[in-house]
Design a protein. Structure first.
Length: 359
């Protein structure tokens, strides 16, 4: 049959048409993860990733114990993303100082970059890295829980106070707050071992109940648990200080909607402000003030030098410094004779607290 024969041309054209249809039917939509993402579908979030959904503020992870000391991580978050990571506790003393100084900044950077606890250990700092990652994950878990609580319970949030060291061990308090009120309090760390187990089991539930009932850190110490009570109150106040301004957690009880008792409608709400820790030659000094209507109504030292002669100097000077702060309404107060270092630290921390109030 000749190449130009009509029948031959018809057969060839039919075969080409069939082949084209087969090729079209064999094409399938892309189904690999990369194609799905290109089409606008986000891949599932990895476990441990920073929770999205509006989490804001500081979140402190649980302290992770390592062979060389505790590691504890605090995150600063904005709209669910880690904007800053820092180790508020890390191994120290001897060679640990060098390892901590070298490894922690790198771990902080890695946490912000990864937005999760899936970060590499720093070479030569295996234990510190493991503790860091464990505490970091704890902080992320708390942020995730807080985000879920805010979505499902009208703005409830979880706040974890700083660790308060006592003679018998650390105390750390975690609060659940809703609409500016404490709805739950718990001690995530408390003294343990020997007689401390019995004291903790007896005192902590009562302290938890007192915190919820009072709505502030102004609660009575439990008899027989002086050190635990003091540590609890200190960590509790630290948690309350982390509550967003206007939440009501640090306003005076009975102040009538956040205003100072007996004040007019235009006066400022009562605030509790804790200054930064001022290090002195004999120990740290930290001041907390209550401010109402722009005036200091109460001042107290939540930390002051102690041990040996310092106990006598502190007990003599601090009450006078507290009175002077209230009377002056500023940090421009006279040093107490015989307590030069304590006075200087007090004034420095007092000024730090007043700076938070805008003057």
């Amino acid at each position: 049959m000749r190449k130009s024969h009509p029948v031959r041309r018809a057969v060839l054209a039919g075969a080409a048409t069939v082949s084209g249809i087969v090729l079209l039917l064999s094409l399938k939509p892309a189904s690999d993860p990369g194609s799905a993402q290109a089409a606008g579908q986000a891949p599932p979030a990895a476990a441990g990733q920073a929770p999205q959904g509006g989490v804001n503020g500081a979140v402190t992870g649980d302290a992770a114990q390592t062979q060389y000391g505790a590691v504890q991580v605090r995150l600063t978050m904005s709209n669910g993303k880690i904007t800053q990571a820092e180790a508020v506790q890390a191994p120290k003393g001897g060679r640990s100082d060098q390892i901590t100084a070298s490894s922690v900044p790198r771990l902080n950077q890695a946490a912000v970059a990864a937005q999760s606890a899936e970060i590499d250990a720093v070479s030569g700092a295996t234990y510190t890295s493991a503790g860091y990652k464990k505490s970091l994950q704890s902080a992320l878990d708390k942020a995730k829980a807080s985000a879920g609580a805010q979505q499902g319970s009208g703005g409830a949030q979880t706040l974890t106070g700083d660790v308060a060291q006592t003679q018998y061990g650390p105390v750390q308090v975690r609060l659940t707050m809703s609409n500016g009120k404490i709805t739950q309090a718990e001690a995530v760390q408390a003294p343990k071992g020997g007689r401390s187990d019995q004291i903790t089991a007896s005192s902590v539930p009562r302290l938890n109940q007192a915190a919820v009932a009072a709505g502030t850190a102004d609660i009575d110490a439990v008899s027989g648990a002086t050190y635990t009570s003091a540590g609890y109150k200190k960590s509790l106040q630290s948690a309350l200080d982390k509550a967003p301004a206007g939440g009501g957690s640090s306003q005076a009880a009975g102040s009538g909607g956040g205003q100072a008792a007996g004040s007019g409608g235009g006066q400022a709400a009562t605030q509790t402000l804790t200054g930064s820790v001022a290090q002195t030659q004999y120990g740290p000094v930290q001041v907390r003030v209550t401010v109402a209507g722009g005036k200091i109504t109460k001042a107290e030292a939540v930390q002051a030098p102690k041990g040996g002669r310092s106990d006598q100097i502190t007990s003599s000077s601090v009450p006078r410094l507290n009175q002077a702060a209230v009377a002056a309404g500023t940090a421009d107060i006279d040093a107490v004779s015989g307590a030069t270092y304590t006075s200087a630290g007090y004034k420095k921390s007092l000024q730090s607290a007043l700076d938070q109030a805008g003057g």
